[in-house]
Design a binder for this molecule. Structure first.
Ligand code: NAP
Length: 248
């Protein structure tokens, strides 16, 4: 059963990692996929081809999610090309880790702008079309770190916790128009973002997880599929942990 047949979705930051995993699972479920990247053009164009081979419409857009004006222009372009937007996945994110003592102002600001302000930019840009169609699903990629905090990630944890407050507020504001907004809090998902960590740290994370393994982009994508589709028609304002039991 294809859960997103004919739906138009937009995913930020899908040139690799979790975003790419979401794009592929959504494509397999019949969704037309517009997605963004910030600099990885070649892998983005490759993904576009991979999705088209699944028989769905796909288009990669270079767009900085931290920019309000670029996000507005992006949504206008996607609407022109795809006609409507049923699902928005705010996935783009970065880390710039350091202890608070050593963290510079720009490392704080950049992480907040790319991880959190982007969610405001994209949600605001997409809300008019979802309000008009009186239907929509928005999924924000938070993190377990936004729920429990993490030493060395004050900037990242603040951005991810902010996304949860934003998610719950949007769910309250737009629920009466049948627009749902939920967050996913992934735990340790093995992607290029976590490739930056040394092997000892990685093994430490794996050992601390009840399911004894890091998650895959597909693990997160499947949860995202549930929240994007009508399978979760009565679910809004929630944070779904996809963490192998890490926060249990
Ligand atoms: P990743 O492999 O580093 O990929 C990040 C994606 O975001 C890339 O497609 C990148 O595009 C894009 N991006 C970065 N800055 C952008 C910007 N300003 N505008 C538009 N796109 C931008 O990361 P990931 O591990 O897949 O993580 C995806 C999301 O899940 C992030 O929000 C992250 O915080 C969250 N998350 C990850 C984990 C984990 O363990 N991996 C855990 C919890 C939450 P380019 O390739 O062009 O740079």
């Amino acid at each position: 059963m294809k859960l997103l047949e004919g739906k138009n979705v937009i995913i930020t930051g899908a040139s690799r990692g979790i975003g790419k995993g979401i794009a592929k699972v959504f494509g397999e479920h019949g969704a037309n996929v517009a997605f963004t990247y910030s600099s990885s053009e070649a892998p983005a164009l490759e993904l576009e081809k991979e999705l088209e081979a699944m028989g769905v419409k796909a288009k990669a857009y270079k767009s900085n999610a931290a920019s309000f004006s670029e996000s507005e222009a992006l949504i206008a372009n996607v609407l022109e090309e795809f006609g409507s937007i049923d699902v928005l996945i705010n996935n783009a994110g970065i880390t710039k880790d350091n202890l608070l003592m050593r963290m510079g102002e720009s490392d704080f600001d950049t992480v907040i702008e790319i991880n959190l302000k982007s969610v405001f930019n994209m949600t605001k840009a997409v809300q008019r079309t979802m309000l008009k169609q009186r239907k929509g699903s928005i999924v924000n990629m938070s993190s377990v770190v936004g729920v429990k905090g993490n030493a060395g990630q004050t900037n990242y944890a603040a951005s991810k916790a902010g996304m949860i407050g934003f998610t719950k507020s949007v769910a309250l504001e737009l629920g009466s128009r049948n627009i749902r907004c939920n967050a996913i809090a992934p735990g340790f998902i093995e992607t290029e973002m976590t490739d930056k960590l040394d092997e000892k740290t990685v093994q430490g994370w794996r050992d601390a997880i009840p399911l004894k393994r890091g998650g895959s982009p597909e693990d997160v994508a499947n949860a995202c599929l549930f929240l994007a589709s009508d399978m979760s028609a009565y679910v809004t304002g929630q944070v779904l942990n996809v963490d192998g039991g890490m926060l249990t």
